[in-house]
Write a protein that binds this ligand. Structure first.
Ligand SMILES: NC(=O)c1ccc[n+]([C@@H]2O[C@H](COP(=O)([O-])OP(=O)(O)OC[C@H]3O[C@@H](n4cnc5c(N)ncnc54)[C@H](O)[C@@H]3O)[C@@H](O)[C@H]2O)c1
Length: 289
């Protein structure tokens, strides 16, 4: 029985409980427990790394991709790691498949309140070779597909009366130039600008929108660019040269998908609530602005 007096032992216990409570609430700011995330292009590369990082912070994840075999493999891989993951075929250029995937996520995991617009494409082309169909392909996925996906996702949240997060995959190509990817760089500059427009449009709905601008991340897309460089230079610049030189100098290696994923996951946490409409460089110091 207590005597009502403030013993030093009791003060210590109270202080410790206060600390534990503070720690618990601090952890809540960095948690994605009970959140449901959609990751487009989630079957491989950056999308899979991002899904993994979201899952590690507690989110359930719906992977969406056009590649059904990699989708299945990726979802299975995440489930084996203890992440609540499901998969849905989705082509971001086809609104019907987008609607179906959002609905499937709602039924299987709950109302999606995180969207990572990761699906993206590029082509390595000399400026004189770029035709209308190349522009349509790149803008169709990277800009229009991203817009449509976000519009339908935000509408779902509006109907559910819930807030949420969107993170767009821009690129350092939005800020610097890659001579043989004029259309890609333009599309990513559009993504960064759209991120600002979306952030202000969706703020009244409690939807926070940001983008990341990765540097050279070791994925199939980057490997294809390396192979194209080797071919275009007639073998003067080899894939091995690219592996050595494309990594950010401050890092000395290529970036791994999950390293970008951790930043994306952070941007979806309550801790990042004051970061809005930004395009954050995740390129190990390569881009200075
Ligand atoms: N790899 C890098 O160095 C790098 C750097 C900066 C930005 N990015 C951006 O990150 C994102 C992912 O890049 P990545 O390197 O992982 O690419 P990747 O080509 O390795 O993987 C892209 C994934 O998207 C899927 N996909 C393609 N078109 C789709 C569509 N219409 N609908 C749904 N899914 C589709 C593919 O099947 C694939 O699984 C892209 O937006 C890319 O522009 C990549």
């Amino acid at each position: 029985m207590g005597d009502g007096r403030d013993h030093p032992g009791r003060r210590r216990r109270h202080a410790r409980r206060g600390l534990l409570e503070k720690e618990a609430s601090m952890n809540d700011y960095y948690s994605l427990k009970s959140r449901v995330a959609i990751v487009t292009g989630g079957g491989s590369g950056l999308g899979l790394g991002i899904a993994r990082a979201l899952g590690q912070l507690g989110a359930s994840v719906m992977l969406c991709d056009i590649n059904e075999s990699s989708l299945r493999r990726a979802a299975e891989e995440l489930r084996l790691e203890g992440i609540d993951a499901a998969a849905s075929y989705c082509d971001v250029t086809k609104p019907d498949t987008v609607r179906d995937s959002l609905e499937r996520a709602r039924q299987v995991l709950g109302v999606p309140d995180i969207l990572v617009n990761n699906a993206g494409v590029t082509l390595m082309q000399d400026i004189f070779e770029i035709g209308d169909k190349d522009w349509d392909f790149i803008l169709g996925v990277n800009v229009k597909g991203l817009f449509r996906m976000t519009q339908l996702f935000a509408d779902g949240l509006r109907r559910a009366g819930k807030g949420g997060n969107v993170v767009n995959l821009s690129s350092n190509g939005a800020k610097v130039t890659y001579d043989d990817q004029v259309h890609y760089c333009a599309s990513k500059a559009a993504v960064s600008n759209m991120t600002q427009c979306m952030a202000s449009n969706f703020a009244p709905l409690g939807i926070n929108v940001n983008a990341v601008c990765p540097g050279a991340v070791d994925t199939a897309m980057l490997r294809a660019c390396m192979a194209a460089t080797e071919q275009q230079t007639g073998g003067k610049v080899t894939v091995a040269d690219c592996e050595r030189t494309w990594g950010p100098p401050q890092l000395g290696r290529l970036i791994q998908p999950v390293e970008v994923g951790r930043v994306v996951a952070f941007l979806c946490t309550p801790a990042a609530a004051m970061i809005r409409g930004q395009s954050i460089n995740v390129d190990a110091g390569n881009t200075k602005f």
